[in-house]
Design a binder for this molecule. Sequence first.
Ligand code: FDA
Length: 300
Amino acid sequence: MSLIDKLIVWSLPFVPKPIVGYFSKTYIAGPNLEDAVRVIKDLNAKGMMATMDLLGEESREVEKAYQAAEEYVNILKTIHDERINSNVSVKPTQMGLVIDKEMCYQHIRRIVETAKKYDNFVRVDMEDRHCTTDTIKIYLRLKEEFENYVGTVIQAYLRRTSDDINNLIKHKANLRLCKGIYVEPREAAYKDMAIINSNYKYNLEKLLASGCYVGIATHDEKLVWHALSIIEKYHLPPEQYEFQMLLGVDEKLRQIILNAGHRLRVYVPYGQEWYAYSTRRLKENPKMAGYVFKQIFHLS
Ligand code: FDA
């Protein structure tokens, strides 16, 4: 962790909430569903697709998990009614994974069932390493029943990822491939960025070459370049992949990818819990604090 990143994280509790709110506006649509709809309408008008994420801490109470699932059902109905181009991204711990795995499965199942009703799609986000096995199991179970209405995420920094991908390829999985955002121990995850990037490239090629649908989630231009070279090498049709980026990050790169004729989806988080979410995530992964700081003050 660099000294600047440490300083930013250390000073977070002293920054007044409205100021955190002002800066987080770039990355979070707002506290309400209408905020997300407004932001997505704007993205759609600019030729981008979206995935909506309801911000929330891990649910430790049954009622909280239930309410989060209800909200996702409502989100899918709203997406349909508002005719916006967006799917949803769901976190298993918000659906109660740490309380009761079967309950979590049933909540996500209900969301995927609703997505199918509206001909939409659910991406099951990947959280820290304690959730990986369960998340993949939930995904494969749902895929058996709902086929292409559901997908999940794989993190290039995990040492287990190549094995997971070899298995998921057999199921023709629909995967978002990202580097991984949680701080993991060296036994579980590569720490060297060059290895993480090599693992990303290696597994991306395996997935695309085997016909899996991939959400290429990165703002790293070297990886974007590599993805484009694979797409060209295998003459992949645009229906087999999409690029994905977080709201507010590197909008120039976003436009470059779009202008080159590729599909691009923006991850749009919203919710009342934006403050807890923003500060927790920044503390969890101080590297993010550095990115945000640099972006706000145009240092890179
Ligand atoms: P890298 O970290 O090298 O960043 C490249 C450049 O992008 C940086 O130099 C910086 O300029 C900019 N940048 C990156 N992130 C930024 C940020 N937050 N704010 C400002 N600038 C930033 N992870 C996970 O573990 N589970 C998941 O389910 C998901 N889901 C997901 C969805 C989507 C659509 C995206 C884009 C990312 C995720 N992630 C994720 C996060 C992912 O794992 C990873 O941590 C970030 O995307 C950063 O990695 P990059 O590939 O962008 O490279």
